[in-house]
Design a protein around this ligand. Structure first.
Ligand code: MG
Length: 165
């Protein structure tokens, strides 16, 4: 059985994951609108991945006999500037999310909730991947700079993403 404060912490993280999906979907809409088709595709898969993260925690709460309570999700930003700006914001967002995951991990430890600790460990590993991927894209967008041809090549490359894991 989940302690109430641990359940509350996981429900809060479900909200974070759903907001992440919202944010990346909004970024995807912007990219579609600007004809950056590859970036739009990548962001759409990223949104799907975040939804899976939310569902993973949702199912975990249920398996532990708890109740996932869905909270209001903030409206994500809808106006953006350059692809570099967007990927920098995505990276910042992932770093913030890592902080939230770490807090949840600390709560699981202080409450001696070992199953939650093991579950959140998966997310800690996942965040290393998320940050690393976002950092790489930011660095490559910086290398492209104002060179449209280089940015289109990066767009094409990210458009080849096939997995939402
Ligand atoms: Mg996530």
């Amino acid at each position: 059985m989940l302690k109430e404060n641990v359940q509350e912490g996981i429900n809060e993280q479900i909200r974070h994951e759903l907001y992440s999906a919202y944010l990346y979907l909004s970024m995807s809409a912007h990219f579609e609108d600007q004809f950056w088709k590859g970036f739009a595709h990548w962001m759409r898969l990223q949104a799907t991945e975040e939804l899976k993260h939310a569902l993973r925690l949702f199912d975990f709460v249920l398996r532990r006999g708890g109740l996932p309570t869905l909270k209001p999700i903030d409206q994500p930003p809808a106006s953006f500037t350059s692809p570099l700006d967007i990927f920098q914001r995505a990276l910042e967002h992932e770093r913030t999310n890592t902080g939230a995951i770490n807090q949840l991990f600390e709560l699981a430890i202080s409450e001696k909730d070992y199953p939650t600790r093991v579950e959140v460990e998966w997310f800690i590993t996942e965040q290393v991947e998320e940050e690393n991927t976002a950092e790489e894209i930011v660095e490559r967008a910086k290398l492209a700079g104002d060179d449209r041809g280089a940015l289109l090549l990066l767009d094409q490359q990210l458009g080849g993403r096939t997995s939402s894991d």
